[in-house]
Design a protein around this ligand. Structure first.
Ligand code: GDP
Length: 138
């Protein structure tokens, strides 16, 4: 079993798509290990996306991620990191395959419905960012 981290982003929460996205993930075999809802402030979102600090869209991304509540979820499944990336779809929904979460629910390259860790190493870092160890042992 492997663990990964998703975030149902503020666009999905505002649109009332959180339940549908969680159901989609469960149907794909993911088990919810830990889940919370929070409205991130600039320091929190800025730190989460620190790896993107040099990119031109960093300010817009932080502004989007602080625009409303989001729902981080620690997920468990065989091959969880890769499978979540597949189910999530390409960053830009115009390039996302049919049936992927971003194809179904994203608005554009920024407001793209969901986050998914891109490696096992980052999954561990990102899960620890949002959840205490005790929450991951449920
Ligand atoms: P991901 O791994 O598919 O989420 O993509 P990245 O790690 O490259 O980017 C992180 C997040 O930044 C994306 O999910 C988008 O929300 C946002 N993003 C990526 N590219 C752009 C862009 O060109 N413009 C804007 N405004 N946001 C972007």
């Amino acid at each position: 079993m492997e663990t990964t981290l998703t975030i149902i982003k503020p666009d999905s929460v505002a649109a009332g798509n959180a339940g549908k996205i969680i159901a989609h993930l469960e149907a794909e075999g993911f088990r919810v290990l830990a889940l919370r809802r929070l409205h991130m402030n600039e320091a929190q979102a800025g730190t989460f996306y620190e790896v993107h600090k040099a990119r031109p869209f960093y300010g817009e991304l932080v502004s989007f991620m602080t625009s409303g509540p989001c729902i981080p979820i620690a997920l468990e499944r065989d091959n969880a990191v890769k499978h979540l990336r597949d189910v999530m779809g390409a960053t830009n929904p115009e390039d996302a395959a049919d049936g992927t979460i971003r194809k179904l629910y994203a608005t554009n390259i920024e407001r793209n419905a969901i986050h998914g860790s891109d490696s096992q190493e980052n999954a561990a870092i990102e899960t620890a960012f949002f959840f205490a160890r005790v929450d991951q042992l449920g």
